[in-house]
Write a protein that binds this ligand. Structure first.
Ligand SMILES: [Zn+2]
Length: 442
């Protein structure tokens, strides 16, 4: 017999689970939530071909050019089939995704998750369960002296997949800023050895370049970050904001496979010139492969800049959150909200999914992730597309009204559903800027 469970009663239409329970007349364990309903049940005497199958959803897998109503079968923590009409009786668990979209687990190219050691870090698992983000690239929270702790206390206990860009500054992002204002922290030899000891996790180098991070050292830290990235042969992610230095000084040190984050910032290092045209040096680099990454955060997403860029046909390559202690409180909030902003600016669902799955995976040189290819880890997200009236804000609290939004209904890592758990309260120092608080918490 088939029984239908609904996740999160009262949360509207949600992902339903169908579990086959041989001979059962009642449903044990449904009070304990999503997992309790089927964990421990077995179908004695029946040989299933698959551990689980997600049926009836609109499957969007940009890495493979897939967008259609398909079923996804999972076994041993991996994707084993993406096909039409997979027999639900061939699986131990069946998830009904009708009227929803099924995507690879999202890849967030810009996060801060070194909780307790840095000013900015949040814990990833509780947010992942609600947002569909299964791969988290922490960008520069750890430097050489704090990377061992990042591996031990963040990567190892997290259920989501975690990778890092190493900060050029050996102290990383312990404080809110100033990490490059003392060149004694910029030890290229030390950082090179830390990268070489941790190539399984460190996928690139991070340098935040703006007036406060560099304070008095000008472009010198970026020159050192360039040297480090070239020595280890990995991409460099550069953050821009308000200078000095200038965007032209930064552009001169970027290379084609680097990542420019906060690419649609409204700060005076923005890539939109005063004449309304895109900085030609940046455009030339981008044609050779420079990755333009959103990194929304608390200070780095401007609707005015974004709309001007989209009008000129310049779409971001990657949509990422820059989630941290303050951005989590809004107006960024999370990845589905950030993707929804771009949907309401006219981008299509497959276009935004591509920028949060296969594109960031490629920028990380981990194309085994962010895809539903057979053999890939079964990292999967399911979303409902809701229609209504929604308010979205950029970091200046400029308002855009939208009519559609994505709501995550399930996050799966290696074939297992991430349970919803409580988020820790934010640190006492993590206050939203006054102009944001005034609108969001009047
Ligand atoms: Zn950041």
């Amino acid at each position: 017999m088939w029984q239908l469970y609904r996740r999160r009663p009262g949360y509207g239409q949600s992902l339903a689970i169908l579990t086959r329970v041989a001979g059962a007349t009642s449903v044990p364990g449904t009070d304990s939530g999503w997992e309790g309903g089927y964990r421990g049940m077995s179908n004695q005497g029946i040989r299933e071909q698959y551990d689980a199958v997600i049926v009836g959803g609109r499957v969007i897998d940009p890495a493979n050019g897939i967008d259609g109503q398909l079923d996804v079968a999972i076994s041993g923590g991996q994707i084993v089939a993406v096909e039409e009409g997979i027999d639900p009786t061939s699986a131990l668990q069946v998830f009904d995704a009708r009227d929803q979209i099924v995507t690879p687990g999202l890849v967030d190219l810009h996060t801060h998750i070194y909780w307790g050691v840095t000013y900015w870090g949040i814990e990833p698992d509780p947010v992942a369960a609600k947002s569909g983000v299964t791969t988290w690239l922490d960008v520069g929270s750890s430097g050489s002296y704090t990377f061992p702790g990042f591996r031990r206390y963040i990567v190892e206990p997290s259920r989501v997949r975690v990778f890092a860009l190493l900060n050029l500054s050996s102290i990383g992002l312990i404080a809110p800023t100033w990490e490059l204002s003392n060149l004694d922290y910029c030890n290229v030899d030390l950082a090179e050895s830390i990268v070489n000891e941790n190539r399984d996790l460190i996928l690139g180098i991070k340098a935040r370049i703006d007036r406060n991070t560099t304070r008095g050292t000008s472009i010198r830290p970026l020159e050192l970050a360039r040297e480090l990235a070239d020595r280890v042969g990995l991409p460099l992610m550069v953050h821009i904001g308000s200078g000095p230095p200038t965007i032209d000084e930064v552009a001169a040190l970027l290379r084609p496979n680097d990542i420019l984050t906060h690419c649609f910032s409204g700060g005076d290092m923005r890539i939109l010139n005063d004449d309304g045209k895109v900085n030609p040096q940046i455009m030339a680099l981008r044609e050779q492969g420079l990755v333009l990454d959103i990194g929304h955060g608390t200070g780095s997403f401007s609707y005015a800049v974004t709309e001007a860029m989209l009008d000129q046909g310049v779409l971001p390559d990657v949509i990422s959150t820059d989630i941290h202690q303050t951005a989590r409180q809004g107006p960024m909030y999370d990845m589905p909200t950030t993707l929804s902003k771009f949907l309401n600016l006219g981008m299509s669902v497959p276009d935004v999914v591509e920028r949060a799955t296969s594109n960031p995976a490629r920028a990380m040189r981990r194309e085994d992730l962010g895809t539903l290819s057979v053999g890939a880890p079964a990292d999967i997200a399911v979303f409902r597309i809701e229609e209504g009236e929604y308010d979205f804000y950029d970091v200046e609290m400029s308002l855009r009204r939208g009519t559609t939004r994505l709501v995550c209904t399930m996050t799966m890592v290696s074939g297992e559903i991430l349970p919803e758990t409580e988020e820790r309260p934010m640190h006492s120092w993590a206050k939203l800027p006054e102009h944001q608080r005034a609108v969001l918490r009047p």
